[in-house]
Design a binder for this molecule. Structure first.
Ligand SMILES: [Zn+2]
Length: 231
């Protein structure tokens, strides 16, 4: 009844099953993963730290990510942030709980993702951090800046790796602030989707270059080739 009323007045439909009503119906919401697993891409970028994700990048999760990132459906931030929190929890499970987690969002390309002042990935990371604060110390620092690789869509793993190489760096003012406030941290690189791992690997390289080696990658979802390994 409520869903029918919502559809009547708002014309909204579930992004997962297209049922009239809420943007994400209770059935599709209940079908989202509550566990994270290791999702190694194939091939694995050399030296990549363990990548964690909750879901295959398909179905409702894919629709949520695309809606949030590309269609201004910022209301999906909450559910996607919850999923990212699950991935971060997986990544942090074996780490010293007394050492804070420092979540570093993968930066958006200049001009992309920051339209209307909204950085989609950073918004998810902040939501995930808020979820996790009751469990352990966690902070978010947008340390990385992208110099602007071309859009990765349509590129294969090798082309993506070449395209993104040395496209990120870590300006010193942000770093100095982190070093002052958080002398000891476990760094986790966070993104919405893990595809070939090239972008995450570049973020890892840029952080290693300034003495902040990440211990893991956490993503909401991973493309199918890697997500087969989700437990
Ligand atoms: Zn649905």
């Amino acid at each position: 009844m409520l869903d029918e009323a919502l559809d009547l007045f708002l014309g909204s439909r579930c992004v997962g099953c297209d049922r009239p009503g809420r943007m994400l119906c209770p059935t599709c919401r209940g079908g989202l993963s509550v566990r994270a697993g290791l999702t190694w891409p194939s091939p694995v970028p050399e030296g990549l730290v363990p990548p964690w994700a909750t879901s295959a990048y398909e179905g409702a999760v894919r629709a949520l990510v695309v809606g949030h990132k590309d269609r201004g459906q910022w209301g999906h931030r909450r559910v996607l942030g919850d999923l990212l929190a699950v991935a971060v929890r997986g990544a942090g499970a074996g780490l010293d709980p007394d050492v804070p987690l420092l979540l570093v969002p993968v930066p958006s390309r200049p001009g992309a993702g920051r339209q209307r002042g909204y950085d989609a990935t950073t918004a998810l990371v902040r939501t995930a951090a808020a979820r996790l604060r009751g469990e352990r110390r966690v902070t978010v620092a947008s340390l990385l800046v992208s110099r602007g690789a071309a859009d990765q869509a349509g590129l294969d793993a090798r082309a993506r790796a070449v395209n993104v190489r040395h496209s990120m760096h870590c300006p010193s003012p942000g770093l100095a602030g982190v070093a002052r406030r958080w002398p000891r941290v476990h760094v986790v690189v966070c993104d919405d989707v893990l595809t070939t791992g090239a972008t995450a690997r570049e973020a890892q390289r840029a952080l290693e270059a300034v003495g902040l080696p990440p211990v893991a990658i956490a993503a909401v979802a991973a493309t199918r080739r890697s997500a087969r390994q989700v437990a």
